[in-house]
Design a protein around this ligand. Structure first.
Ligand SMILES: Nc1ncnc2c1ncn2[C@@H]1O[C@H](COP(=O)(O)OP(=O)(O)OP(=O)(O)O)[C@@H](O)[C@H]1O
Ligand code: SF4
Ligand SMILES: [Mg+2]
Length: 379
């Protein structure tokens, strides 16, 4: 009787363990390479515009992010590109929970994380880290490199118990290509490129799955930019990271991005694989940005058309009706004033096969290829 009982108990326990293992395997499989690890839908961030010193009243809103949707797949790099003020950093801050959205949802591994707080938020934040733009101002000048890189361990001591921190920080310095003996130095004792390596080491400290890098190379010399981009590509392979990589111009993200989203005045206007965007762009704004991409080979440059955009980006407090780009678009027509184009596969391309390079979302009523502006394909 007793033996029968313990046999059943053992079988039950084995069943529980098997189910747990299966559930874990399913969870891991669900986020295999290529699955959407982050799903952003209709994200909106409006900053209130106020007037009056004592009695502040809202007189409007800066529509920094105005309905942005995209997926980030496991192991990929999604480049986000656009002119100053189009809302790139605000998207980065929303995704990393440094800002709260006005509307929209962010799902991480299928779970809605938009309005998490307390311990649940802390756990998610560990997995979604940010690397900042300016390595000169984003590192505290009064802290040693060891303290800067190890600071995230104060919030998550479970990752590195106090006695183990020094070793972990030195390991991180080594991983980003810095001498582990530099641990007691201060930021001013490093070059710009080295400082950005320190910023990256800090971003890696908690072993996140996603890194949102907000213009990580914009403040660096061109010669150093490639080194930092290459380091990030190496770390991505080593740690299976997914990146959102933000930059001003399309040439910076080309080498590292699997897909690229182009932003204009709070919206994504075109999104697709690198081939779709760099060789088959259909949105006039993307084409204008591509026409400005420098090409070192004078022969390839010959015959290329340069589209110079007139005027400035309008204020996000008062964006144009219809298509936000219409005040600077050479193709604008009446329809563009009255009807906002949606970010979908354009009508004229819906009959083409799904794997055709023009069959990708572009928010333009008159989307069309313009081969004369594209830089030549990479060899
Ligand atoms: N905290 C804030 N309060 C009010 N307006 C803000 C705030 N943060 C950003 N904005 C405004 O929102 C818009 C988008 O700003 P954001 O920093 O996201 O742009 P960006 O694309 O990152 O620009 P840049 O390339 O210059 O970094 C800008 O008009 C900016 O002035
Ligand atoms: S919808 Fe009109 S204004 Fe907007 S990008 Fe297309 S052609 Fe230009
Ligand atoms: Mg920015």
């Amino acid at each position: 009787m007793h033996a029968d009982h313990s046999g059943k108990k053992q079988a039950r326990e084995e069943g529980v363990i098997a189910r747990k293992l299966m559930a874990r395997a399913q969870a891991e499989n669900a986020y295999a390479e290529g699955e959407a690890i982050l799903e952003v839908r209709d994200l909106v961030k409006h900053f209130p515009l106020t007037q009056g010193i004592v009695l502040k009243r809202q007189v409007g809103a800066v529509k920094a992010v105005d309905g942005v949707s995209f997926d980030l797949h496991k192991g990929e790099t999604l480049g986000i590109v656009g002119e100053s003020g189009c809302g790139k950093s605000t998207v980065a801050k929303l995704v990393t929970h440094l800002e709260q959205p006005t509307a929209g949802t962010i799902r991480y591994k299928g779970e809605d994380i938009t309005r998490l707080s307390g311990r649940a938020l802390k756990a998610v934040r560990r997995n979604i880290q940010m690397v900042f733009q300016d390595p000169y101002t984003s590192l505290n000048p009064r802290m040693t490199v060891g303290d800067i890189i190890g600071e995230p361990f104060d919030i998550h001591p479970e990752v590195a118990p106090k006695g183990d921190r020094r070793r972990k920080v030195q390991e991180l310095l080594d991983v980003v290509g810095l001498n582990p003996e530099y641990i007691n130095r201060y930021p001013h004792q490093f070059s710009g490129g080295q400082r950005q390596r320190i910023g990256i080491a800090r971003g890696l400290a908690l072993r996140p799955e996603i890194i949102v890098a907000d213009e990580p190379v914009s403040a660096l010399d061109v010669s150093v930019q490639a080194q930092v981009v290459n380091l990030m590509a190496k770390l991505q392979d080593e740690f299976g990271l997914s990146y959102m990589f933000i930059a001003h111009d399309l040439s910076v993200v080309r080498h590292i991005s699997d897909r690229v989203g182009v932003m204009y005045l709070g919206k994504i206007v075109e999104i697709g694989t690198d081939t779709e965007i760099y060789e088959h762009a259909t949105h006039p704004y993307t084409q204008a940005l591509l026409s400005a991409v420098p090409v070192p080979d004078p022969e390839a440059e010959e015959g290329r058309e340069r589209i110079v955009l007139e005027g400035d980006v309008p204020s996000p407090a008062n964006p144009p009706s219809g298509c936000h780009f219409r005040t600077r678009c050479w193709k604008a027509q009446h329809r563009c004033v009255v009807e906002e184009p949606l970010l979908i596969v354009p009508e004229n391309f819906t009959d083409t096969a799904g794997d055709e390079p023009v069959h990708h979302p572009s928010a333009c009523h008159f989307a069309a290829e313009r081969a004369s502006v594209m830089p030549p394909a990479e060899g």
